[in-house]
Ligand binder design. Sequence first.
Ligand code: AMP
Ligand code: MG
Length: 421
Amino acid sequence: MNNKIPHQPSCADPFEEDMISLSEALTRIEGRVVPVHACERLPIRQCLNRVNNEAVKSPLNVPPLPNSAMDGYAIAIDSLVADSIVELEDIGTAYAGVPFKQDCGPGQCVRIMTGALIPAGTDTVVMQEQVQVGADGRIRIDSDHRGGQNIRQAGEDVQQGEVVIEAGVRLSPADLGVLASLGLSQLQVKRKPVVAFFSTGDELMSVGKPLEPGMIYDSNRYSLYGMLAQLPVDVLDLGVVRDNPESMREVLADAAERADLIISTGGVSVGEADYIKPALEDLGNTEFWKIAIKPGRPLTFGQIGSSIFMGLPGNPVAVMVTFSQFVAPAIEVLSGASMRPPRLVTARSLERLRKKPGRTEFQRGIAVLDENNRWQVGRTGKQGSGILTSMSRANCLIVLPDDNAGVEPGDEVSIQFLDWA
Ligand code: AMP
Ligand code: MG
């Protein structure tokens, strides 16, 4: 007699028939998220981390004119004599911002400061450490110099008309500096996407009240807020939504009016999908994906009106992992930038990590440099998807790809540093 109960497919299985891979999920997201269209013109400081709308062409050469890269003496290279020392008359000083106006003639040189324009009649700068100043003030220079040395040529950084920042680039601190070096005070950037988020669950209480029996505090809205606050988006916190279809429909309809992206957490497990599904189906097109990852297998993705909806799992670790793997890339595309591949770094595992092939696992790790400046990584301890402290103790995710069948101590693994760690 058979005394075993056949199991239904579940997240305990390493692989299920209708699962999609991590990369397939990302390809779908990339294909379906439409970037925001509207732009705004802003002072360049406010453009930090925003997405550039049109390629920036330089209106000028940087630097505009040749100038000195050193403190020293500007000379004509022809005034030097092979294998000898010449003595030149110092006829004045060129300062940064205060050009030297006379011509420099034969037998003469000009004292020059870094950034000063190269005086007429000179073509070379000799470092002050490489000359001798005689008691009579004359400047002695040997023949060990190359014509044109120590001069920053006009346009050597940026040529007039050159594209310096492409459209779709997220602007870095260096980009702000480059824009300023071109004399640009404003730039047209994509408007910030608006991201709304809420938690679902009858068991959730907000902080600030004593906990009642059977209830837990809503942590997801705080970790989500933290991750969103680090991105250039406007954030709308829609609170906790109770587990019933009416509340769900109401909040989704409201969010779709106000946000470009709507994120929910929880309510997608087998027992609960019943009332979230109808609400989603009434309001838009939504698909339930089973992604071959751990944690974070179920992800709901779709459209409500002109907004993107992403329904994350409820477990607090799964929320943070799926945010980092799917929501952050979706926000990149929504913002008008391109999806970046994750920045993976190789590290040696300090531990044995058990894993079955079939899906990509994200374990929480602490990476440190060893004595040879190579990364080594250990786990934060318990790895359950409800163990949120595993996330706060971690500085990285240990990413074990689909085909990985376990790791021995000393094996190389890929790690992905957490941006906020
Ligand atoms: P669910 O997907 O709604 O069944 O949630 C899965 C698990 O995550 C349950 O144990 C929930 O209590 C927990 N959970 C869901 N939402 C939250 C939240 N906002 N904060 C903390 N835990 C949550
Ligand atoms: Mg729930």
